[in-house]
Design a protein around this ligand. Sequence first.
Ligand code: NDP
Length: 297
Amino acid sequence: MTAKIIEGLPVAERLRAEVTAEVARLRAEHGLQPGLAVVLVGEDPASQAYVKSKGEQSLAAGMHSVTHRLPADTKQDELLRLIADLNADPLIHGILVQLPLPKHLDEKPVIDAIDPDKDVDGLHVVNAGRLVAGLPALTACTPVGCMVLLRDTLGDLTGKHAVVVGRSRLVGKPIGQLLLAANCTVTMAHSKTVDLPAVCRSADILVAAVGQPRMIRGDWIKPGACVIDVGINRVPFDNPEQAALGKTKLVGDVNYKEAVQVAGSITPVPKGVGPMTVACLLQNTVTAAKRIAGIDS
Ligand code: NDP
């Protein structure tokens, strides 16, 4: 029997509809319009596409939305000045600086400069600390999206053994914390893990956030496990003729063809975790706006 396919698009659509309704309520009942500022430095094509989608989707949800497109040679102090202005802007409740930044800019001071209460990407050290301490935090959007898909698919996650492969600050670590908060027993695996296939085989929930195309093989998966593939990797087409024409496609960190024969449920790439990220960004912006305005419900 093949795995149930966990489709991200309809879940993301549902989340966006909920956010849109909440924005309309906040505007009607409190005169509050959540505002998102997205900052893009340079002209990286993938970043431009992400930023465009964030701008369009926030506007479609009824939010105030501003995109700052800065030239690739923007200086560090110019970027920091813009962040300071956005921190002080009462119309802006969420600030997202699209990463990666051009090489001459230092990411850390830029992220540190964002007001933690407006840090809708959940990257500020204060939000990372709040998450670990079990306090209300703005949490990175992709990990939150993974949790929504997991709860939709499995319901209560209590007692399940979750293995997260990847320990980045943006993805692996926050997913591990969210799974722990959901009462999973969590194993964090990474490039130095010994016998990774055996570790993966012990997982009821396997989250792959590695950045290595199709690395997780079918025989690394426990039969019936739920597999969340966060990876987005661009590779040449399998067909050599199309590959020779330079055609590429997106694949995950999991070998999907093999995994779908073994897993109980699995996210596809694309259209699995990917669509959840922007929907969760909108949700984080609403959360930030309500907290800043002191609105509890
Ligand atoms: P990073 O490169 O920051 O982290 C990769 C992690 O994987 C590291 O912890 C690294 O271990 C680990 N790793 C690398 N190679 C191996 C290996 N051979 N065996 C075991 N572990 C390994 O990547 P990100 O976390 O930022 O992203 C991970 C993937 O998720 C990427 O494909 C990215 O494109 C995708 N992504 C998708 C998003 C979405 O919206 N769906 C959003 C963000 C990311 P170590 O720490 O030891 O080096």
